[in-house]
Every structure is written in C-alpha cells, then in structure tokens.
Design a protein around this ligand. Structure first.
Ligand code: NAP
Length: 280
C-alpha cells in the first residue's frame, strides 16, 4: 500500500516517519519546496513535491494541512487520485470537515490523532509521536466499511489507541479537554502579562517553574491551530468557555466572601475528578 501525505508539518511529518520506519513507501506534498527537501532529509517521505499529482499512485492519503484548507486541498486532489483511493484527515475539528467532504469524496474516513507539541513544522516531527495516544476515527453510516478497516489498521500500526465516535460527539468532547484548555491557558498567560510593576514582572518571570509550565503549555502553542479550533468548533468552544467563566466567577465570589471551607471542598472534588480524565 502506497501512502500519501499532504501537509508535511508536525503531524504529517510524524506520520511519515512512523510509516516509513514500518516499510511503507510514503509520498508527500507540501506548500514550500524547503519543507519538501527537509522532509526527505529527515526521512519522513521517500519523495516529496509541491504538486498534488505526485499522489496519483497513493492508495491511502492523509490530509495534514491546517483545518481551513483540508476541504479545498481535497477538492484539488481529486482529479489526480485513483477512484479507489482512501482519504483521511487529521484535523482537530471533525463535524464541518466530515460534512463537507461527504459531498465530495465518499471514500473518506475522518480522523484526529490526539498527540501534539507546542511547536509546529517538519523540524519538530517525531518518530513515535502517536504511540499510546488516542487516535479518533469518525466514520459515518455512508463510509465504506472496508475503508474504515484499512485506516484503523494503519493507525493501529502507529501504536495509537483507536477510538470511534461520531463527528458531533468528537467536537463536543475535544472542546472540553483540548480547545477550552488552549483558551484558558492563553488567558492565564495574558492575565500574568497584565502585571505592571516592573520588579514583580521580572521576579515572576524568573520564578516561573513547573506549575506555570504545565498550565501555560497549550496557551503558548501554535496560534493558527488555536484560532482554527475556535473558528471551526465555535459553538462547542463557546459552550465550554461559558461554563469555565461561571466556574471562575464562583472562585472570585468565594474568595471575596472568604469561603475558605467551600474552596477547599471544591479543590478536593477537582483533585478526585482530574483522575477521571487522566490515568497517571
Ligand atoms: P504544522 O506543523 O503547521 O503543519 C502544517 C503543514 O501544512 C505545514 O508544514 C505546511 O507546509 C502545510 N501546508 C499549509 N498549506 C498547505 C497547502 N496549501 N498545501 C500543502 N501543504 C500545506 O501543523 P500541524 O500541527 O501538523 O497541524 C496540521 C493538522 O493537524 C491540523 O489540521 C491540525 O488541526 C491537526 N492536528 C494538530 C495537532 C497539534 O497538536 N499540532 C494535533 C492533532 C491534529 P509548508 O511547511 O510547506 O508551508
């Protein structure tokens, strides 16, 4: 099976590294020639080009571009690919993509690997990035079963844990655990930057350690990706942010009213609840 990848950045490059290491022939297309050359040099692809026609021999194609151009890329790709080619994407939002693509290429399996880094680009692509991480597939009732099975088999080779759900449930779930954290973490960084006392600013910057590193990591990540989470998952991101705003307001009220016992009880509850999301 020949693999095609469009968008040789962090995710596309990392998929290429893994699949080449497993012996697959990988053909990559990206926007800039410099990226294509780096992808070859790093071993993420066997061949790379700026031209989508390179993917005419691909059996399974991963679209790994920014979310906003996944559907336009797919439309441009269609004239070049085999009628039996299976397409999949890695976009962090699923409903608008799956709905849009179903009109254009039924042999499409929506996907989202739940792995990433603060940095972007081919330079930070990593072998084994998806190992032991969830990889969500969002087929619909019209997706050919054989294609779903083929994508599942390849994704399993990345040593990911494969999950199936519908695109709506995916977008609502990731709003809570991925998109809201980006906005909350960015707000935390912005709030810290509102400090005006120069000595305090300098001291805070020098003292920032593991707590700040953990809570600011996703707010300090790829700005284009964060914007697209908000734009393409707008309703679910808003739903989660409204709820988050209420929680923050409750903290403010409790601290204003010196409800120390209530605050401790709340933190005891969140200490337990966190374990429901993360097995550490
Ligand atoms: P990235 O590192 O910025 O990579 C995106 C790549 O897309 C860039 O290298 C760029 O290539 C290429 N590209 C842009 N426009 C293109 C075009 N018109 N034709 C072909 N290639 C084009 O971003 P990423 O983090 O890998 O994200 C890519 C996708 O993965 C997004 O849809 C995102 O939602 C999803 N995702 C990201 C994460 C994460 O944490 N980063 C996690 C899961 C899923 P050039 O270098 O050639 O310009």
């Amino acid at each position: 099976m020949n693999i095609g990848i469009v968008g040789l950045g962090l995710i596309g490059g990392s998929i290429g590294l893994d699949l080449r290491a497993l012996g697959y022939q990988v053909f990559g297309v990206s926007r800039r020639n410099q990226t294509c050359q780096k992808a070859i040099a790093l071993g993420a692809v066997d061949e790379a080009s700026l031209e989508l026609s390179l993917l005419s021999i691909a059996d399974l194609i991963f679209i790994c571009t920014p979310i906003s151009i996944i559907i336009p890329t797919l439309e441009q790709l269609i004239p070049f690919i085999s009628p039996s080619a299976i397409l999949t994407d890695v976009g962090s939002v699923k409903k608008p993509i799956v709905e849009g693509v179903s009109q254009i290429w039924p042999n499409f399996v929506g996907g989202h690997p739940m792995a990433g880094k603060a940095e972007s680009g081919i330079e930070v692509a990593q072998l084994g990035l998806f190992r032991d991480r969830p990889y969500v597939l969002t087929p619909t009732e019209n997706t050919p079963l054989e294609s779903v099975e083929k994508v599942e088999a390849i994704v399993s080779l990345l040593q990911s844990q494969v999950y199936f759900c519908n695109p709506y449930e995916h977008d609502r779930a990731v709003a809570w655990i991925s998109h809201l954290p980006v906005m909350a973490s960015a707000s935390l960084i912005s709030a810290c930057m509102s400090e005006t006392h120069p000595t305090v600013v300098k001291l805070a910057q020098e003292l920032a350690s593991s707590g700040f590193r953990d809570t600011s990591r996703v707010g300090g990540g790829n700005p284009e990706l964060g914007r697209m989470m908000a734009q393409y998952n707008r309703l679910e991101v808003l739903r989660s942010l409204y709820s988050f705003r209420e929680e923050i307001n409750r903290f403010i009220e409790d601290i204003e009213q010196e409800n120390w016992q209530i605050i401790e009880e709340k933190l005891s509850s969140t200490e337990q609840s966190r374990k429901l999301f993360l097995q550490e």
